[in-house]
Design a protein around this ligand. Structure first.
Ligand SMILES: NC(=O)c1ccc[n+]([C@@H]2O[C@H](COP(=O)([O-])OP(=O)(O)OC[C@H]3O[C@@H](n4cnc5c(N)ncnc54)[C@H](O)[C@@H]3O)[C@@H](O)[C@H]2O)c1
Length: 383
């Protein structure tokens, strides 16, 4: 058991990396996060479900064995499907199937299925309990804890949302083996973000576990379970402190203001977590060039970011030609902005985060230079 103390915007948090199950101190109801190592445990959980919402690809690879009374709602996990129309069709299916608070509703998939299930369950009768089984690396290492959900409209991504925590999270770890490499590294990037939030120790642990978990198809499940415990314990510390994002939880946006801007300008051709990785590099470079981060620290945090992209090859067509001006201009649409400024989440060093306000329309050469140089470096890392 390792206890870490870390500072976010002047507030000290404690994270204890424990074994599963973890208990998330959610309001009004705490929930437990546990793991399944075998397919048999997965089948036994879904067998007596009343309603299953499942990602189509996951249903093909890991078909749930169900009883006669189970209704299975299968859905393609696409951003187009992450809409109010789909939420309403899930709610209509709840009504048709006589789903009540006593029913067993299970959602199985990555972040898209989580967002849809949590939105539909949060709205249906002001709170339908559901169990969530995250199947992607990102879902398992990060998003399954925290109880946030959001869906898209035709005009904006993740613009409709609410807090809607599951009543239980069970992670079918074996499913990570079928993740595509780039998507898996996107999940690892989010884990690295959490480690950079917490401490040098967490970053060093990430670096030492990485070789055992870098390739999903041959990944060592024991090492991966340690990675899950480390990553989710840090997320737990943050959301236990500030579930409804009044202050320190904003730190989870580290890398995201830059990352979201790039994702959008690149037509979402980049997996979200890899956009966040590039965003963290930009935030760190800006911190270093502004004198907030020491040179050795900068070298120490850049190395695991680069390592996470080992053997990742991406089509860079949408990234080539992007300019810092365009990227900075996108900061106006950041959800954390207040109309005149946005907090850029920066670190002095792992375990020491602060919020630096960027005021729209105030050009900064240091910021622009940091963005431009990181974009060029990233293109070298991925091609
Ligand atoms: N609610 C939150 O807290 C939160 C946090 C981060 C991201 N998100 C949202 O999550 C979405 C991204 O989620 P994601 O990256 O988890 O993936 P996803 O749900 O978008 O799925 C990505 C792809 O992986 C496939 N897939 C799922 N499980 C698989 C498995 N075990 N093996 C092989 N393929 C599998 C899916 O069918 C899909 O094609 C975005 O819409 C993002 O906005 C939500």
């Amino acid at each position: 058991m390792t206890e870490t103390h870390f500072i976010i915007d002047g507030k000290t948090l404690a994270s204890v990396t424990t074994k599963f199950p973890l208990c998330i101190e959610s309001f009004p109801q705490p929930y437990e996060v546990s793991i399944f190592s075998s397919e048999a445990e997965y089948q036994s959980l879904v067998l007596d479900a009343d309603f299953i919402l499942i990602d189509k690809n996951v249903a093909n690879r890991y078909p749930p064995t169900t009883s006669d009374g189970t209704y299975v709602f299968t859905l393609a996990a696409t951003e187009d499907n992450k809409s109010m129309t789909t939420v309403l069709s899930i709610i209509d299916a709840f009504i048709d199937q006589n789903i009540s608070k006593g029913s067993k509703v299970v959602a199985i998939g990555g972040g898209i299925i989580q967002d849809l299930a949590a939105c539909a369950c949060g709205l249906f009768r002001r709170g339908q309990p559901f169990i969530y089984l995250p199947t992607t690396s990102l879902g398992q290492l990060d998003s399954c804890v925290g109880g946030k959900c959001a869906i898209n409209t035709g005009k904006a991504k993740n613009i409709i949302g609410l807090f809607s925590a599951p009543k239980q999270v069970v992670i079918p770890v074996f499913m990570v083996r079928s993740m595509p490499l780039n998507e898996h590294r996107a999940g690892l990037s989010e884990m690295l973000r959490l480690c950079l939030t917490a401490s040098w120790k967490a970053v060093h642990d990430y670096v030492s576990i990485f070789p055992c978990i870098s390739d999903p198809s041959t990944l060592d499940l024991e090492a991966y379970t340690k990675a899950l415990a480390l990553s989710l314990s840090i997320k737990k510390a943050v959301v236990d402190y500030d579930e409804y994002e009044r202050n320190v939880r904003k730190s989870m946006n580290y890398g995201h203001t830059f990352g979201h801007a790039i994702e959008k300008l690149a037509n979402f051709s980049l997996p979200h977590g890899l956009g966040v990785l590039l965003g963290m590099h930009m935030a760190n470079t800006f911190s270093y060039k502004s004198g907030f981060m020491a040179r050795e620290t900068y070298a120490g945090v850049t190395s695991p970011l680069k390592m996470t992209l080992t053997n990742v090859r991406l089509n860079s067509d949408h990234l080539c030609g992007l300019t810092s001006d365009e990227i900075i201009d996108q900061f106006r649409y950041d959800k954390k902005g207040d109309g005149t400024s946005v907090p850029l989440i920066l670190i002095n060093s792992p375990g020491n985060m602060f919020f630096h306000r960027y005021y729209f329309g105030h050009p900064s050469n240091v910021l622009a230079d940091s963005i431009d140089s990181c974009l060029s470096e990233f293109l070298l890392w991925i091609t």
